[in-house]
Design a protein around this ligand. Structure first.
Ligand code: PMP
Ligand code: GLU
Length: 398
């Protein structure tokens, strides 16, 4: 029998962040000493009080199916968190807890987008946005930015991209992969533009909110005049070092929350009971438990920037949040070590993987043909070692 798959899956691209991680794990299994700077996940362990809450949940038999949108007490904790940290008023009925923010985004896309609807994405963008939108049969309209605009897209660009078919606008701030942060005035301008298009919904992905290095995180839903058009996406993976627990959530107008719940009810049901109890403990704890990790990320950002700036071919800016450096590598295009010629950032990442044994991710996965992404969510010792390897290897290119 022919192994015939759906067009849907045939049209999907493997997540490049996960693909590079898979490749580096394969090389490690072959005995190679690969350093993986490709996956974006904190190297810290989950704080003890969160782990204790999970152990307690098991002992107290939180082991049954959970309500599809999440335990009421977790949705209450999220509602309180939105008030405490973001000055946002979302009632528990407006909150849906999912198996990671990735599922939150998939729920949104599948609940809102009709075939042919256009979704404006501010680039560079997180790798899975365009693939999730494709799955929902939407059309991504990618708005580019470069290092010269601090990897931020202007309101004028957004305005020019709006058509009768525009249904949504997706972005993350702090941004994965650039670490750029849209400031309050910029968010206000975007909100002010979109309010004139009541059929356009904004997906504001704020999963890196606790990893901001100066000033404080701002949510676009804070402007009352736009709130009914905003879906705020967040989760505990990054700020609380809980990637493996798989808890993400949205705050949204109730009709959207209800639709996402209906969608999720057919895919996964309510997410893991124990992880929900752990997330509740995280969100009810003093937010200062995130500060120390944020402080370490900032120290590492400064270290990595100073080390990478010694490599003449890299163009760098200073990320204001998250834990990535998005470097412009166009200076290497057309260069060769005698065997391999670098034509694009993907060639450069493969060259570094094979020759330096360091895994990073091509900017092409994030809608940017000029850059590569380094995750610095690892120890200073590993960062120093990996950048030495990168520097030595890039010196081979002429
Ligand atoms: N949004 C962004 C911008 C991300 O970088 C990620 C990846 N961690 C996610 C959403 C999904 O996170 P998770 O599914 O772990 O909650
Ligand atoms: N979001 C992280 C990253 O950008 C984790 C991997 C993934 O889910 O894509 O690396």
């Amino acid at each position: 029998m022919e192994n015939k798959l759906s067009d849907r899956i045939n049209n999907q691209t493997e997540s490049q962040t996960l693909a590079m991680t898979r490749l580096s794990r394969e090389l490690v299994a072959e005995g190679k000493d690969v350093i993986n700077l490709s996956i974006g996940e904190p190297d810290f362990d989950t704080p003890q009080l969160i782990k204790d809450a999970a152990k307690k949940a098991i002992d107290e038999n939180y082991t049954h199916y959970t309500p599809v949108p999440g335990y009421p007490e977790l949705r209450k904790a999220i509602s309180n968190k939105f008030k405490r940290d973001n000055k946002l008023d979302y009632s528990p009925e407006q909150i849906v807890v999912s198996t990671g923010a990735k599922q939150s985004l998939a729920n949104i896309a599948l609940s809102i987008i009709n075939p042919g609807d256009e979704v404006i994405i501010l680039a560079p963008y997180w790798v899975s946005y365009s693939e999730i939108i494709k799955l929902a049969e939407g059309k991504s309209i990618v708005l580019p930015s470069t290092i010269t605009t601090d990897f931020k897209v202007s309101t004028a660009q957004i305005k020019a991209a709006i058509t009768d078919k525009t249904r949504m606008l997706w972005f993350s701030s702090p941004c994965n992969p650039s670490g750029s942060v849209y400031i309050k005035e910029e968010l206000f301008e975007i909100a002010n533009l979109i309010k004139d298009y009541p059929n356009i919904l904004i997906v504001s992905d704020e999963i890196y909110e606790h990893i901001v290095f100066s000033g404080k995180h701002e949510s676009i839903a804070q402007f009352d005049f736009i709130k009914n058009q905003v879906i705020t996406v967040n989760g505990v993976s990054k700020g609380y070092a809980m990637t493996g627990w798989r808890i993400g959530y949205i705050g949204a107008p109730k009709w959207i929350a209800d639709a996402c719940t209906k969608m999720q009810g057919q895919f996964t049901s309510g997410t893991c009971s124990i992880a929900q109890k752990a997330a509740q403990a995280a969100l009810e704890a003093d937010p200062s438990i995130t500060f120390e990790m944020c402080h370490s990320f900032k120290k590492r950002r400064d270290l990595v920037l100073s080390l990478l700036s010694e490599i003449p071919g890299l163009k760098l800016n200073q990320p204001k949040g998250a834990f990535y450096i998005f470097a412009d590598v166009t200076a290497y295009f057309g260069k060769s070590d005698g065997t391999t010629t670098i034509k694009n950032p993907t060639d450069l990442t493969m060259f570094l993987l094979n020759k330096a044994l360091v895994a990073i991710v091509t900017g092409e996965a994030f809608g940017d043909p000029n850059c590569v992404r380094f995750s610095y969510a690892t120890s200073e010792k590993i960062l120093v070692e990996s950048i030495q390897r990168i520097k030595r290897t890039l010196e081979l290119l002429h």
